[in-house]
Design a protein around this ligand. Structure first.
Ligand code: 5GP
Ligand code: ZN
Length: 114
């Protein structure tokens, strides 16, 4: 997808601090972290948001969330807990329209969100 910043990261056209990669997903640090540990989990394939999910996408999303859980456990974030965030659309606060899940850890998060 042209002009999509996360597609460009997936294609290594722009740099990112990448922690994990396989043929279908990528994990990298958020450039503007809002917690001591802030990672983004993305499919390499361009999917705009949770608004448009095919049957094929849903199994990919399941694998991404499984990787997120494994990654959190490997780094010990499960001990104190962590937060998974997906922002969808304008009211959801989505700013990059390539599906991504935030993994936030390293501090206590409040509820309800702002
Ligand atoms: P959203 O608001 O769409 O849920 O989240 C987009 C996230 O992508 C934001 O937390 C923002 O800091 C991050 N982000 C935007 N551009 C870049 C970039 O070029 N590199 C990295 N690593 N993160 C980015
Ligand atoms: Zn994209």
């Amino acid at each position: 997808m042209e002009n999509c910043i996360f597609c460009k990261i997936a294609e290594r056209k722009i740099p990112a601090n990448i922690l994990f990669e396989n043929e279908e997903m990528l994990v990298f640090r958020d450039v503007n972290p809002v917690a001591p540990e802030h990672f983004l989990f993305i499919p390499k394939r361009h999917i705009e948001s949770m608004d448009i999910i095919s049957g094929e996408d849903s199994s990919l999303i399941g694998r991404i969330l499984k990787k997120l859980s494994e990654f959190a456990n490997e780094n010990g974030y499960n001990k104190k807990g962590y937060r998974i965030v997906n922002n969808m659309g304008e009211d959801g606060g989505q700013t990059v329209f390539h599906l991504h899940f935030h993994l936030l850890a390293g501090r206590q998060f409040s509820w309800p969100p702002g």
